[in-house]
Design a protein around this ligand. Structure first.
Ligand SMILES: [Zn+2]
Length: 165
């Protein structure tokens, strides 16, 4: 872990404690607590995307009429351990106050793939952030956003997984 990571970790730990003073002990509890924090519905879904090309996890915002809800999607074809880590990463974005990127009108992958998998109208997917494996330039805003989500997600996942040992 680099110095930059150590500083970020301190910051993430402090932010996490502010948003969730008591850490949840299950993914469903995390989902419910974040619904209260965000004041909107959060759908957590794990599916097998088959041959669709999707990252291992996504956070999207789905609009139906005037109502927007959060959608956390996780590829179910991994271990329960990995699924927890991926889901916590996406919740980590919310806890860090990130906003997903507005979905372009032309719904590219992964928006169209996710919409197909969940039988959603791609036009209703308002914004999305994928769990990117692709490297971002270190120090860039995007790099920092992913590191924050990763470190926060790891703190959450450690707690949740530790609760079931
Ligand atoms: Zn991410």
């Amino acid at each position: 872990m680099t110095d930059a990571d150590a500083d970020l970790l301190v910051e993430c730990r402090r932010r996490l404690r502010t948003v969730l003073p008591e850490l949840p002990s299950s993914l469903d509890e995390l989902r419910r607590r974040m619904e209260e924090v965000r004041g909107r519905r959060i759908e957590l879904t794990m599916t097998d995307p088959g041959r669709l090309r999707l990252p291992s996890g996504l956070w999207g915002q789905v609009r139906s009429g005037a109502v927007v809800h959060d959608l956390v999607w996780v590829d179910r074809r991994t271990s329960p351990f990995a699924r927890t880590v991926v889901a916590c990463h996406e919740f980590g974005h919310m806890i860090c106050g990130h906003e997903p990127d507005p979905a372009p009108a032309a719904a590219p992958e992964p928006v169209s793939a996710l919409a197909a998998d969940l039988a959603l109208d791609p036009a209703h997917v308002a914004a999305i952030v994928g769990r990117c494996g692709e490297p971002c330039a270190p120090g860039s805003a995007q790099w920092r956003r992913e590191r924050e989500a990763e470190l926060t997600g790891r703190l959450l996942a450690q707690h949740i997984l530790g609760s079931h040992v």
